[in-house]
Design a protein around this ligand. Structure first.
Ligand SMILES: [Zn+2]
Ligand SMILES: [Zn+2]
Length: 332
């Protein structure tokens, strides 16, 4: 089969990925093999390609928003039958035994396995997944629509819950790409007032079309005090900006896995009055199941830009340079 691997992590324009020929992997105990129909392009793939996130093993195939059909079932696996459509997401496996898993916070597992970082992901013809961590996908969503929901959607949904906005309150969204445009739709459907801060005309237009109450520049002052905010842009310098925009007692949730350094904070202006700053780390399977059901029910629509699988480096470069609005999807 054909697969992309991260050959030499470095700037995306220097070509860190390589297109290689590999043996079709055989599913091990409890695993299924997924014939990839399409795979979403997440900013984390870019961080891995560029080396912001250090590789956990060499020549790994990225991709953790995989939609495909089961084409082989490993020993002891019985949850899916051949031909069934499944989604493969970032959380590839947890140990199930550490104290975080035991208390229901498997997103904080001390020994997790992440798809496309610890194991080969979906920038390929096929990949393997532990069947317990695969998702059944709502029929209402076609493959291309479902792919971005699997990370951008799920993580955004967890971030929205972490931002803990009061019912009917005002949510600030800093950075407006793949994850944010899905999260905004959930927030709006739940009756929140959404204020968006982003650069890039594609993203601003998308935010306006979806119904944002205001759309401003990335670091502009907010027109109203916010009851919660999510930082999607991987820009630590926006942390104090977003904290200043919060009302008393409100939370800023940082959705990304990687963030540039956060500058020093002014305690009185940016933290006092019980403002909270928290990160969002991966997700539980329950977050995933809940979000996928909710997305189908609320009619969340991903704005997608498709690329053929062989053009994965172009998709990553376009993401790095902000050349599209919404989410990129690689199609086999
Ligand atoms: Zn664990
Ligand atoms: Zn992701």
């Amino acid at each position: 089969m054909r697969a992309w691997v991260v050959e030499t992590p470095g700037p995306v324009d220097a070509g860190p990925l390589r297109w290689v020929e590999r043996r079709l992997p055989e599913p091990g105990p409890g695993q299924v093999r997924v014939r990839v129909s399409c795979c979403g392009v997440c900013r984390t793939d870019l961080h891995l390609a560029e080396g912001d996130l250090a590789p956990r093993r060499s020549r790994t195939t990225p991709g953790h928003e995989v939609v495909g059909s089961v084409d082989a079932v490993g020993p002891g696996a019985g949850r899916f039958t051949a031909g069934e459509r499944v989604g493969v997401a970032w959380l590839g496996r947890t140990d199930g035994t550490c104290r975080f898993c035991r208390r229901g916070d498997e997103n904080l597992c001390t020994d997790p396995v992440f798809t496309g970082w610890d194991t080969d992901g979906g920038y390929a013809d096929a990949c393997l997944v532990d069947e317990r961590y695969a998702y059944r996908l709502p029929e209402a969503l076609d493959d291309e629509q479902a792919a971005p929901l699997l990370c951008a959607g799920i993580i955004g949904y967890r971030a929205l819950r972490c931002a803990d906005v009061i019912p009917g309150g005002r949510l600030g969204i800093y950075g407006f790409g793949g994850s944010a445009h899905l999260t905004a739709q959930v927030a709006l459907a739940q009756g929140l007032e959404v204020h968006v801060f982003t650069r890039g005309e594609h993203n601003r237009e998308l935010a306006r079309d979806l119904g944002a109450a205001s759309v401003s520049g990335a670091a502009d002052e907010c027109p109203v005090p916010l009851d919660g905010a999510i930082l999607f842009a991987p820009a630590g310098e926006l942390v104090p900006v977003a904290l200043r925009a919060l009302d008393r007692g409100a939370t800023l949730a940082v959705a990304g896995i990687w963030l540039s350094d956060v500058p020093g904070l002014d305690y009185a202006a940016e933290m006092f009055h019980e403002r909270r700053l928290r990160s969002v780390t991966a997700n539980t399977r329950q977050d995933g199941e809940q979000f996928l059901r909710l997305a189908a029910r609320l009619g969340v629509r991903a704005t997608t830009v498709t690329y053929p699988m062989h053009a994965a480096p172009v998709a990553l470069a376009d993401l790095a340079h902000g050349r599209f609005g919404g989410a990129a999807v690689l199609v086999n």
